[in-house]
Design a protein around this ligand. Structure first.
Ligand code: FAD
Length: 441
């Protein structure tokens, strides 16, 4: 059931992870992550500047959908459906500009960048609005005035109707960032690695037989020097593609039937996006492994981290939940081995990787649907945080020796893990729907 061969591959060393073992792990992880994202104030509110930043890449005049109107245009017969089901409405935030239940306390000056101990209740993580050189994203403004606390629970990631040229342009711009100076060919995505069909990958995945296919894929990735794609570029592509795939799973899972007004899974939506593209699903697993590894690396960091909700008991509970999550994940890099990256030309590539990620996070300001922008930003920040932890953190070092983690970074990381973990948990349900349809046809 291994997703990699007995041969060590580029990321997953001996004793390598499997689709099956990731799924098994997800059964343990899922309730813990849910308990954190839904059961704590700290992780269920995200503060970000949703409206204050303009799209730096194109203007509304170019028709590239920096406004909500083009989202409305993308669904046929918008006028024929009730107003509340129209893309414009669906894309709006519920309870916009929600207030954090407790006033967020200003951080005290701290030589550690705000990471003071448990006893110093009033001290929170410093949220500077400036990029640290180790950041992989444009930090969201946590302390400044241009931010809104948004409830992530009240604004679930689901179908919004945002589509068409605007959405396509955003995805294109994001994939275009996948062009590293080391490449000879510009912005060419990896070849479609897996030849296997959708039905097979879904079936194999469920019967834990997908090993050979990903094995083939990984070895192909390893030997794609004909395309001159450095390892870092391949990783970048897979992260973006996995994020895109997870968003697609969620919009198809929580889809609005605009005829009946009912929400529910839409198998056709899923098939449209994944049939013939098993690698998109594999990239969700890839992202899951990256996020898990990042959280596992926080095991020694969390005990000294201050969770500021303004309530001492809440802080302790939140910390306990996070520690439980981190310690449930296997700690060795058996699921993703980050040490394989940035070996050659490390400094240049690392810098480039960071810049590309920062650009992706800026492109999010061009998403013309509030709810999609919210989740796009959360997830870009989540992957940015994971990469920061993977490449800049020493898991054995004390908190004082590691870079500070902002609240927004940690909240984004865990909510991104929640999204991916949820995406994995509903894949078998799409499979069931698919098999049911095949039986009745
Ligand atoms: P798109 O998903 O727009 O894809 C464009 C092209 O990219 C495809 O034609 C294909 O060639 C390629 N592609 C697709 N998937 C992958 C993949 N996984 N890996 C590699 N290449 C791929 N809509 C919602 O309803 N709810 C949301 O919450 C939401 N959030 C969004 C967040 C962001 C940041 C963006 C940019 C869009 C969001 N959308 C959301 C819109 C949604 O992602 C699609 O753009 C929309 O549903 C139209 O889908 P599509 O079939 O035209 O293809």
């Amino acid at each position: 059931s291994s997703i990699c061969s007995n041969e060590p591959d580029e990321f997953i060393p001996d004793g390598c992870a499997t689709y099956g073992s990731l799924e098994e792990l997800n059964k343990q992880i899922r309730p813990l992550v849910q308990d954190i994202t839904r059961g704590t104030d700290y992780f269920s509110y995200y503060r970000l500047d949703l409206y204050g930043r303009t799209c730096p890449f194109w203007s509304d005049d170019e028709g590239m959908c920096a406004n909500i109107a083009c989202a409305v245009n993308t669904i046929d017969n918008q006028e024929d459906i009730p107003e509340i089901w129209r893309a414009e409405e669906l894309g709006k935030l519920a309870g916009p500009r929600a207030k954090h239940p407790k006033d967020h306390k200003k951080p005290t000056e701290s030589p550690l960048g705000g990471q003071l101990g448990e006893d110093t209740e009033e001290s929170c993580v410093v949220e500077e609005d400036e990029c640290d050189e180790r950041d992989y994203c444009v930090p969201e403004d946590e302390t400044g005035s241009n931010g809104d606390y948004v409830s992530l629970i009240d604004n679930p990631e689901r179908f919004t109707g945002y589509a068409g040229a605007g959405a396509g342009m955003v995805w294109k711009s994001i994939y275009r960032e996948n062009c590293f100076s080391k490449d000879k060919q510009n912005s060419r995505p990896p070849p479609s690695q897996a030849k296997q069909g959708f039905e097979n990958i879904m079936h194999d995945k469920l019967t834990h037989q997908a090993g050979k296919d990903l094995e083939g894929q990984l070895s192909l990735l390893e030997h794609t020097e004909v395309d001159d794609q450095c390892l870092e570029k391949r990783v970048f592509y897979r992260i973006i593609s996995g994020m895109h795939a997870s968003i697609s799973v969620h919009l198809c899972w929580d889809y609005l039937n605009q005829t009946t007004g009912e929400w529910g899974p839409n198998l056709d939506c899923f098939i449209e996006r994944f049939k013939g593209h098993p690698e998109r699903i594999q990239n969700i697993y890839f992202n899951y492994a990256i996020l898990l590894r990042a959280v596992a690396k926080l095991k020694n960091y969390l005990p000294q981290y201050t969770f500021c909700s303004g309530d001492h008991l809440q802080n302790r509970l939140t910390k306990a939940k996070m520690m439980k999550l981190a310690s449930t994940i296997p700690s060795e890099p058996s699921i993703f081995d980050e040490s394989k990256m940035f070996k050659e030309e490390a400094a240049v590539l690392k810098e480039e990787f960071r810049n590309r990620f920062r650009n992706v996070s800026r492109v999010m300001d061009c998403v013309g649907c509030d709810k999609c922008r919210l989740w796009g930003k959360v997830q870009t920040q989540g992957y940015g945080t994971a990469l920061k932890i993977l490449f800049e953190f020493d898991e054995n070092a004390d908190i004082t020796e590691n870079p500070p983690l902002r609240r927004t970074e940690l909240v984004a990381l865990i909510n991104t893990l929640d999204r991916v973990s949820h995406a994995l948990s509903v894949l078998p349900k799409f499979q069931e729907l698919w098999e049911k349809r095949n039986r009745t046809e």
